[in-house]
Ligand binder design. Structure first.
Ligand code: G4P
Length: 195
């Protein structure tokens, strides 16, 4: 998706060989126009998948997921990382370990919001090692729902998540795949435009 790649090139900051900061449009400040285009892209990609629900994880997955949900006219559910005061019974939970942050969170979704007849599209902002997506897939399986696929805004192609999911036959659509962050430069995956 060219507009996203241009934005990453223009505003992304390479913090290290493995971390890309995109606080100005995705992880802190949100660019609603770009999010709308991202939502449209996901809607187009999964148009034929008969998706009934989008599932994401708080916090940065919520903006792109909501835009996709608006365009696809389906509800959006976000997994919580902290226990909610009002969320206690009938919960699906999964443990998600972040290698980046070296912490484990228990994520949860109320059983009220994923049904066995749902066809779920997972959307998230970053795909690194794939642990968050695997946790969401675990929850979708617990609910007995079907998985249509996974939509990712930025995949870090040099980390293992994409391969881990695709080798399981899961459809993963990433709008930008970064193949390297070395020497302070963002390089997109082969076949993707770099400028
Ligand atoms: P994984 O799920 O693919 O295994 O990812 P990982 O544990 O490595 O990532 C943990 C958190 O760090 C996630 O956000 C993820 O989106 C974010 N993250 C991973 N790599 C990058 C990166 O290069 N740049 C940025 N900006 N974020 C990255 P989170 O903790 O859930 O945060 P948030 O959604 O509340 O913002």
């Amino acid at each position: 998706m060219q507009a996203l790649k241009d934005k990453i090139k223009g505003e992304g900051k390479v913090l290290s060989d493995t971390v890309l900061k995109v606080d100005s449009f995705l992880n802190h400040q949100i660019d609603p126009q770009l999010m709308k285009e991202i939502g449209q892209e996901f809607a187009d990609l999964f148009q034929k998948a008969e998706v009934t629900k989008i599932v994401t994880i708080e916090s940065s997955g919520i903006a792109p997921a909501t835009m996709a949900g608006l365009i696809m006219d389906i509800p959006v559910v976000f997994a919580r990382k902290r226990k909610s005061l009002t969320l206690s019974k009938n919960l699906y939970t999964a443990r998600v370990h972040s290698f980046t942050k070296n912490e484990t969170n228990e994520i949860s979704v109320s059983g009220d919001f994923i049904q066995p007849n749902d066809v779920v599209l997972i959307i998230d902002d970053f795909l690194a090692n794939g642990q968050a997506v695997l946790g969401l897939i675990d929850i979708i399986k617990q609910a007995g729902a079907d998985l249509a696929g996974v939509g990712i805004v930025i995949e870090k192609g040099f980390q293992s998540g994409g391969e881990l999911l695709r080798e399981q036959g899961i459809r993963v659509e990433s709008l930008a795949i970064v193949s390297s962050l070395q020497n302070g430069e963002v390089v997109f995956a082969k076949g993707e435009q770099t400028e």
